[in-house]
Design a protein around this ligand. Sequence first.
Ligand code: AMP
Length: 273
Amino acid sequence: MKIISNPLELKEYLKENKKTVGFVPTMGALHEGHISLINRASEENEIVVVSIFVNPTQFLEGEDLDKYPSREEADKKICSFAGVDILFFPNADDIYTSDEVTLQAPNVRGYVLEGLSRPGHFSGVLTVVMKLLNIVSPTRAYFGKKDAQQINLIMLMVKQLFMSVEIVPIDTVRESDGLALSSRNIYLNKYDREEALKISASLHVCSRMVSRNILDSCEIIDSMRETLYPLEVIYVEILNRDFEKLEQVEIGNSIVLVEAISGETRLLDNIWL
Ligand code: AMP
């Protein structure tokens, strides 16, 4: 596995490449969720590039940028073991200068749900993803459905800016008790982790109701909120795949999203129905 930190060196290295490239952007502290993206990229492409970059522009003032988990050596081993060909590991000043051209997340879709509680977060995400895609020029790029709003906005960016990469959504990987894997789960103490299970449990309540043909969004959301109690709920929403509110679940076109705080940790989860 080759490790590169300089963007221009990586671009140069890939310049004459005629093979298909699968790209997996991450912020490190890798877990089975990231590995499932890497495995899929390996299945579908001749070369796999993973980036590890904790992107400062997607963190708001007072968020966990400085304490975001970092496991450099373990991450390198995981990537090498998973068959990654190139690990891109830049520093912040390899990616950003002091006066920058930036992308602006769309005013509606970028500022609802997570974008409402973290205004500007998705502008930072889109800017860094655009930079990374321009550096790697992948055939395909892999993102988790767990960050549903993120992947939705990235797909919108690719479409609206006429980019040629294919964005591949990957199912959420969970612990055996249902908790969605996240690098931030290490912030949870034993009690908070137990409480956090209410998030996946609430989604389970939703899928059970839908399987009994209860499709009314208000009714489902009420039951989900009961299951989530006493977690601090940021939102529970039932949306279509264009991120518009649905009064009724539409099978094949719905995403049910939850964001809640357990202890001090914001946790996201969702199911695609
Ligand atoms: P992160 O390092 O948290 O920025 O995540 C990097 C990529 O991994 C993103 O596309 C995430 O959506 C994806 N990801 C994170 N957690 C999971 C999970 N539990 N299952 C599948 N993909 C995930």
